[in-house]
Ligand binder design. Sequence first.
Ligand code: ADP
Ligand code: NG1
Ligand code: MG
Length: 462
Amino acid sequence: MADYSRDCPEIVTQVPSAQKERYKSLRNLFIERFGSEPAFFTRAPGRVNLIGEHIDYCGYSVLPMAIQQDILIAAGPNSDQMLVFKNTNPEYRDFTSNIGDFKIDPTNPLWHNYILCGFRGIVEAECVSVPSGMNLLVDGTIPPSAGLSSSSALVCCGSLVTMHINGLEIPKRKLADICMRCEHYIGTQGGGMDQSICFLAETGTAKWIQFNPIRATNVSLPPGVAFVISNSCVELQKAATSHFNIRVVECRLATQVLAKSKGLDWKQFKVLAKLQEALAVSLEEMLDNVENVLHPEPYSKKEICEILGVSEEELNKESLSQNTLEVTSFKLHDRAKHVFGEANRVMKFKEICDQAPSDAAIQLGELMSDSHTSCRDLYQCSCEHLDQLVELCRLSGSLGSRLTGAGWGGCAVSMVPSEIVDDFISKVQAGYYAANPKLQCRVKESLFATEPGNGANIFEMT
Ligand code: ADP
Ligand code: NG1
Ligand code: MG
């Protein structure tokens, strides 16, 4: 039984004074759209992952921090057993459903589905037999489909609303545990990084997040550096494509082929970290196993079936997801090599932050840049524009730059000496955004310095 009692900052709090105007205008808009006062607000931040990409779903720890951009929901109950979701951004159309009738549609993941994931997660986990109807007005500032976790902020915010409106009190670590599984309803088979940092973040500190069970440890970043986010503005909606799940499946198949080669019951193993635990060896030894057992060329589905001794139907059932059934070729060597290497880099990053040697920032920057190289070459989750942007960030004075989040577009994060942040931003603006009017008009929300922000909260207006 997990112990959720520790590490849980207060969840219900007052609106910070700097934010009061935003909450007031959302309240006024809620009254305009629903004809009644909102009862409360929930807020969930986006995040930037500093290091540890595509390894949370393999069971390995990651090192993100929350950012200031967020999803904010003004909420009130309704007595008609209706779910009514509206958005301040007209691109996101109104959604209305009877509580008993809603469906989460992985084939057409429109925005309201993410809130429904949070709703369903709480209702099922807490066995709420007659959930309250909800009127919600959503306001978001996280650039969508950019690797800053707008989707999970929406899921987590939706779960908080559902909890509070139904009079439940759930500790933050349990909320993270519930929510890390609910985005699977929409099809993406991610790990728990986004939901864990969303709930467990605290102002002023990055977090080292471990899984099984979820734990969040403060990490002190070196003094004299800032983290700058730059969005390539290439968008990839994760739930609408199979890019993400193909990587999850490749890691699962690598786990199973390695397990089989060690004489283990391969069906018992779904994630690389569990295999490492069973073999009781170091990450370096797992890297040796990759070199000795897996070949660098892609595996056909037929070859994997032969190695594991199963039919294609059985492999589909055991190891693939709905949207990867048609994939016929899988890269196991390179994906597993990335995962073990990246897991190692997270441990080193954490160690350097703890020991704080005089050249800490330089060492951390190198780890970040190595992480990008591995994502680009072994995991193949970058894209041309993002690689160009990362390169430009390095040439503009960063100590280290890398893609952040799932990739295939989206954002880069750079560690930059504090005294050159303004100069760095001007150079990146000139080199990436200025030449293209479509990018230039988005530069304000696409290129900015950030600091570790607070986790999700419920706010009551006073
Ligand atoms: P990421 O999590 O990296 O931002 P995803 O592809 O996982 O990207 O999720 C993006 C989706 O989240 C969008 O397509 C949209 O459906 C939803 N979303 C993001 N921001 C908002 C918002 N402000 N309002 C409504 N839906 C949003
Ligand atoms: P983004 O980019 O926020 O969708 C996804 C996964 C994370 C993690 C990263 C890659 C979800 C909800 N999020 O994040 O769990 O695997 O990619 O490190 O699936
Ligand atoms: Mg997402």
